[in-house]
Design a binder for this molecule. Structure first.
Ligand SMILES: NC(=O)c1ccc[n+]([C@@H]2O[C@H](COP(=O)([O-])OP(=O)(O)OC[C@H]3O[C@@H](n4cnc5c(N)ncnc54)[C@H](O)[C@@H]3O)[C@@H](O)[C@H]2O)c1
Length: 389
């Protein structure tokens, strides 16, 4: 069986998730499209890299990501760093002929995403952007129902991504609150996942109208590079300015005629990973809540008036990806499973020489939507979303 050497750059939260996926993918998907070999991991210092290699099962470690990209032994470059490094690493990796998976948001702006997209197109390498939530089996089942016409023509999409890990003013000024590193706040960090789901389920955006707010203008400075996502609180030390949004709300006109809304906050006490959507069609409705991610709720107009209502489907072997996961519905789908499925689909595309979605083109289109949302919030006007060129 073919083995492909992975060079993983960034050993934080996503470094953990991706390493787990590479180890576990062949355990679930067998025969595997290829065996991912955890070859080299790069971190910000030699000490962090050595620790990450030991912890995540990599053969080698380095503090120089360029040496990974340039290593002829590496087949796949995995970008799991903060957002400001995605473009530089991806463009270098494409020029070195590596297949690339990059974490989301693909880039800080549409212009930056375009450079990355152009680089992978020119190099002809397989590329993927890690919008893993669309690979939750219940979300893929919603897509199947919509594609089959089970709920008719789509009228509306209401999506949320609500969290509370930054609601405390003592949650530190990590890279996620710095525009130069992150590009944007709740918009690029979390709303972007729901934008990807909306494109996946409903289609392209025609125009947006948005509002954005920053609720906590200063946070305690943080010394380490990794973001502890609110699990560590700052003390009485110096504070620095937040220059990204804490909350975004947007109304959407879809190109296909549907209308919708997406909102995201990291300051919504009581919400943890509250990715939800509700899709209404002319023949029914579909509801999803990631905090109950084994379940998809559906209501069909064809049910008689006396029994119409939402029913709950627990995803299992009969549903997308299900036969390779666990043998009984409701055993429990987790975040790890979405990353294992993502790794499977990425390595399948490499092994078969095909493309995979969402790819850098999707990441670029999503970045253009993010740009339009920012422009709309600044100008208080509807803004058209361009297509990628
Ligand atoms: N798909 C998802 O569900 C999801 C979830 C969280 C984060 N993300 C994305 O993943 C990326 C990483 O986020 P995270 O939560 O893992 O962040 P993190 O802060 O936990 O980890 C980032 C790591 O990158 C390392 N790093 C910084 N500079 C480096 C360099 N020059 N070379 C090598 N390593 C370097 C840091 O030391 C840190 O360990 C971001 O783009 C983020 O938006 C995606």
């Amino acid at each position: 069986m073919k083995q492909l050497n992975v060079g993983l750059i960034g050993g934080g939260f996503m470094g953990k998730a991706h390493s787990l996926a590479y180890a576990a993918m062949p355990m679930f998907f067998w025969p595997a499209p290829a065996i991912p070999v955890r070859h080299t991991i790069a971190e910000a210092s030699d000490e962090l890299a050595a620790e990450a290699a030991l912890r995540f099962g990599f053969q080698r470690s380095t503090s120089d990501w360029r040496s990974v990209v340039e290593d002829p032994a590496i087949d796949v470059v995995d970008i799991a760093t903060p957002n400001h490094l995605h473009a530089e690493i991806a463009i270098a990796a494409a020029q070195a002929g590596k297949h690339i998976i990059s974490e989301k948001p693909l880039a800080r702006t549409g212009a930056e995403a375009k450079e990355m997209y152009d680089a992978v197109v020119a190099a002809g390498v397989v590329n993927m952007v890690a919008f893993n939530y669309r690979r939750t089996p219940a979300v893929a089942l919603a897509k199947k129902f919509i594609d089959e016409g089970a709920i008719g023509r789509i009228l509306s999409f209401r999506g949320t991504y609500l969290q509370d890990w930054s609601a405390s003013p003592d949650s530190p000024l990590s890279w996620r609150f710095q525009k130069a590193i992150a590009g944007s706040g709740a918009l690029g960090d979390i709303a972007t996942h729901v934008i990807d789901i909306a494109r996946y389920l409903v289609g392209e955006f025609d125009s947006v109208n948005a509002m954005m707010s920053t609720w906590i203008p200063e946070r305690p400075l943080q010394s380490s590079g990794a973001d502890a996502l609110g699990t560590v609180r700052g003390g009485d030390g110096p504070r620095g300015a937040v220059d990204v949004d804490d909350q975004v709300m947007t109304m959407i006109r879809f190109a296909g005629g549907a209308i919708g809304s997406i909102e995201a906050t990291r300051n919504g006490y009581g919400r943890n990973n509250f990715i939800t959507f509700e899709v209404h069609g002319t023949e029914g409705s579909i509801v999803f809540n990631y905090e109950r991610r084994d379940e998809l709720q559906v209501c069909f107009a064809s049910d008689g008036d006396d029994r119409r209502g939402f029913r709950t489907i627990y995803t299992g072997p009969a549903h997308p990806y299900g036969k390779d996961l666990w043998p009984i519905p409701a055993l429990g789908i987790g975040y790890g499973e979405t990353k294992i499925i993502e790794a499977h689909d990425f390595f399948t595309a490499i092994a078969e020489g095909t493309s995979v979605s969402p790819n850098f083109g999707d990441g670029y289109q999503t970045a253009l939507i993010d740009d339009a949302i920012v422009e709309s919030a600044e100008t208080d006007a509807w803004v058209d979303v361009p297509g990628i060129d």
